[in-house]
Design a protein around this ligand. Structure first.
Ligand code: THU
Length: 146
């Protein structure tokens, strides 16, 4: 799809052969995290085949901050893609950081079936899991039908 010249996009131009975790690492440096000093980057590949990135954006009114995953999901939905195929999250932590509880619910909204989540540290450790495994017993639309 061609975008008009003045349309902004939250997709980042990929570098040759860049992995999803490399995309997450590249956006992580842009995080606004002056309060926690904990920068997080997230990259999502959509089922439609595009990659969207997000970083955490904190606020002096602490609860108003947003997670990296929420940013990447918002970018995907704003661009018109609808389903998550794969997720990568990276932080400068001693062990790979799993998405927080709220982000697990947000990811599950757009993840159907086997959706891999790679969690990595800037030091080179990584672990893989699945969105469904991160949110057992999840609340779904089926719970609202009588
Ligand atoms: N954070 C994320 O962006 N994603 C996660 O999965 C875990 C936590 C952010 C929120 C906050 O800005 C900082 O990390 C410390 O909790």
């Amino acid at each position: 799809m061609t975008r008009s010249a003045n349309e902004t996009s939250h997709e980042e131009a990929p570098m040759a052969d860049e992995t999803l975790i490399e995309r997450a690492a590249r956006v992580r440096v842009n995080a606004h995290a002056p309060y926690s000093k904990f920068k997080v980057g997230c990259a999502i590949r959509s089922v439609e085949g595009n990659v969207f990135v997000g970083c955490n954006v904190e606020n002096v009114a602490y609860p108003e901050g947003t997670c990296a995953e929420a940013g990447a999901i918002a970018a995907m939905i704003a661009a018109g893609d609808t389903r998550i195929a794969e997720v990568a999250v990276i932080a400068d932590s001693p062990t790979p950081v799993p998405p927080c509880g709220g982000c697990r619910q947000k990811l599950a909204e757009f993840a159907e079936g086997d959706v891999a989540v790679t969690m990595a540290t800037t030091g080179g450790l990584s672990e893989r899991t699945q969105v469904a495994a991160l949110l057992p017993g999840q609340f779904t639309a089926a719970h609202m039908s009588k």
